[in-house]
Design a protein around this ligand. Structure first.
Ligand code: 13P
Length: 254
């Protein structure tokens, strides 16, 4: 059975003290309340990853993710963080291609293909984000657009490498807006993406691929989203900043 994952993307939020409080609260709640088959990935700002590691019991169902990394292994790239650095501090996942990175930092499908490669080469798992704008959803072929994001950044991989990729479908119009995709809209797109993966790698790889939904997912709508057959979990923004709510989202997936 494919992995069920709930990942919390804190984005650029929390001071150091606030981060410690949230980490300790959320990790204690997960230990006490989450018993089922779900992996939790905490993605705080990179600055707090080493702190976060101290809160996590090795071998538990909680692991760490970064929100981005550079496509080169090292070098003169002031301000950037590399995949080998993340690997060296015990990070397991890296969010790549978040729509905010594409929109504000100009990340392209081709550049993301390079990031995917370096992340995998260092034994990390990409959480590869894709999703369409509101304009495309209303006026364009949004399914073809999202499939192209996946084709251009991921389909150069061998099936063996692709097995380490997690997909996150995050419609841009649903991110931070309170406008969640309906469970039917999420299911339709996840089904299309799984079919797209099957066309490239075969049915068994597609059936094993974890596809997360992201975009205004919260404790109220999570259970219905996660009940869809192709929605394997969530990439949670705002609701991951509150320990009680994030734990409730995780419990909706277990
Ligand atoms: P929100 O849950 O705040 O809408 O953010 C979703 C997201 O972008 C997670 O990466």
């Amino acid at each position: 059975m494919r992995k069920r994952i709930v990942a919390g993307n804190w984005k650029m939020n929390k001071t150091a003290d606030e981060a410690k409080s949230l980490l300790s609260e959320v990790i204690n709640m997960i230990k006490d309340e989450v018993t089922g088959n779900v992996d939790v990935v905490l993605c705080p700002p990179a600055l707090y990853l080493t702190t976060a590691r101290q809160y996590i019991t090795p071998g538990s169902n909680i692991s760490l993710g970064a929100q981005n990394c550079h496509e080169k292994a090292s070098g003169a790239y002031t301000g950037e963080i590399s995949a080998p650095m993340l690997q060296s501090i015990g990070v397991a996942y890296v969010i790549l291609g978040h729509s905010e990175r594409r929109q504000y930092f100009g990340e392209t499908n081709a550049q993301l293909a390079e990031k995917v490669d370096i992340v995998l080469a260092n034994g990390l798992k990409p959480i590869f984000c894709c999703g369409e704008s509101r304009d495309l959803r209303e006026n364009g072929d949004y399914v073809a657009f999202v499939k192209k994001q996946i084709t251009e950044s991921l389909f150069h991989l061998t099936a063996e490498a692709f097995a380490n990729v997690v997909i996150a479908y995050e419609p841009i119009w649903a991110i931070g807006t309170g406008l969640t995709a309906s469970s039917a809209q999420a299911q339709d797109m996840h089904f299309e993406l799984r079919q797209h993966i099957a066309d490239q790698y075969g049915d068994s790889v597609a059936q094993d691929t974890t596809i997360l939904y992201g975009g205004s997912a919260n404790e109220k709508n999570a259970a219905e989203l996660f009940a869809q057959p192709d929605v394997d979990g969530g990439l949670i923004g705002g609701a991951s900043l509150k320990s009680r709510e994030f734990t409730n989202v995780i419990k909706a997936r277990q």
